[in-house]
Write a protein that binds this ligand. Sequence first.
Ligand SMILES: Cc1cc2nc3c(=O)[nH]c(=O)nc-3n(C[C@H](O)[C@H](O)[C@H](O)COP(=O)(O)OP(=O)(O)OC[C@H]3O[C@@H](n4cnc5c(N)ncnc54)[C@H](O)[C@@H]3O)c2cc1C
Length: 481
Amino acid sequence: MNIIDDHEVLVVGCGIAGLSAANRAAELGHDVGVLEKAPKEHRGGHTRFSESFRVPSTEADIEQYGYEFAIGDYTPDDFYKDIMKQTDGRADTELARTLVDNAGPTVEWLTKRGVNWDMEPLNVGYTVARTFFDGEELVADLVEAAEEDGATFYYRTEATELLVDERGTASGIRARTDDGLVEYQADVIIVGAGGYESSEEKRTRYYGSDYDAMKVRGSRYNTGGAIDMLIDAGANAVGQWGGAHMALIDSASPDVEGGANRVDGYQYGVLLNNDGERFFDEGEDARAHTYAKLGRIIFEEPGHTAYIVIDEPLKQHIRATGPSDPVVGDSVEAVLEELGCENPDQGAATVEEFNAACDPDEYDPDSLDGNRTEGLNINKSNWALPIDEPPFYGYSVTGGITFGFGGVATDTKARALDTVERPISGLYVAGNTTGGLFFNNYPGGTGLTNAAVYGKIAAENAVELLEGNTPESTAEPLGEK
Ligand SMILES: Cc1cc2nc3c(=O)[nH]c(=O)nc-3n(C[C@H](O)[C@H](O)[C@H](O)COP(=O)(O)OP(=O)(O)OC[C@H]3O[C@@H](n4cnc5c(N)ncnc54)[C@H](O)[C@@H]3O)c2cc1C
């Protein structure tokens, strides 16, 4: 076994959780090594495919930075309420509170570390999120900033085993590398290695027998090995393992690493399945509060497929990031037929019935405008406008997985917890490797903020431990507590 290197702080993963941890620990003057499973050109996990952080904001922030949608003041309490509402009250309240309180300062700190924000707001919902230019650029900027402060990055280096000393304190990582198995020793370890969603085996295990075929929106490297490693070392497995962020995406998306590929604006039109029927209240809530659960709902429909239908006036509200162009036609039936819907006649009849159930007042795409249908089996709660002005446009969509909701237990200091909620000394975990925050659904833009906030917190607490400023540094041997 080679012992290749040792570092004061060893970080596993170079997405936003690992990069926030590495940047903070290096900025605080410590020697940092980062182990990344992917080759350098694929580094950055799901983070490199993402685009916006949800953050509390004021009108002044919105003027300064540009936001996804300008709703004026959005406080930490508003953010907290959105997390609790979207997770049906199941989110760990302490983790959620720490997240919302630290979101704004963490994003300001990322700005100081070199993140470039995009000034152009995207018209995709009414919640507040700050967008950046490009995921790859975000990752490159944060790697560069950490390297300037002395951090070393090791690519094609997959953490497979957590090493612990005789006191049960994390002391190193065994990794698979191009040179075989290698041991990296460290004083403290921070794991931000993403989730398990890119593993066909784990998708089948946690979501069902067809889910091996579900498209993976992000990195192929997030196969959950690091989570297994932490559970093997005694960390508790928590959260909703059978839950996931699964988004509505273009049916022609690649099987893996397709990126966003969303068709935003579906909330203003209708969604039909292969039987030509509606199956979801498209106007239930803002796009940012329905798209992360809609992918799974669509995947459960016949052929794992659905069709968005809109008419000419609604076209301006669609933001489709590819790869397909819309199908255009003079009738709903023609559009559905070209899209491949198995029952276009029924689809056209469903749209007729929908149109008859609409009685719109003033339409406002930027708020829950209360324009609802009456009398349908599944009513549309907002933005219910008749789809009756040709030409008509259609998109074929399916469900793509973004990330799973299960993971490792942590506390508000990002310390890994064992099965009796005791911190595992020297071990910190952040981002999608953790569980306990997301259940059933997800408020858009919170994944990045969660990973950045707890990556930074992990580094700050790891450094405290390293510098001997915390009682953990004098932890008693396991079994004597
Ligand atoms: C297409 C897409 C769009 C998204 N858009 C948004 C958005 O706009 N806003 C938002 O908030 N969230 C978004 N998300 C979710 C967001 O990307 C994640 O919540 C966030 O990036 C999680 O960060 P992370 O650091 O925990 O994981 P990741 O960014 O996935 O990073 C994990 C890293 O760990 C590495 N790794 C894995 N296993 C090992 C191992 N054993 N050893 C070493 N390294 C390992 C991986 O290669 C990867 O580099 C999106 C996700 C996708 C896929």
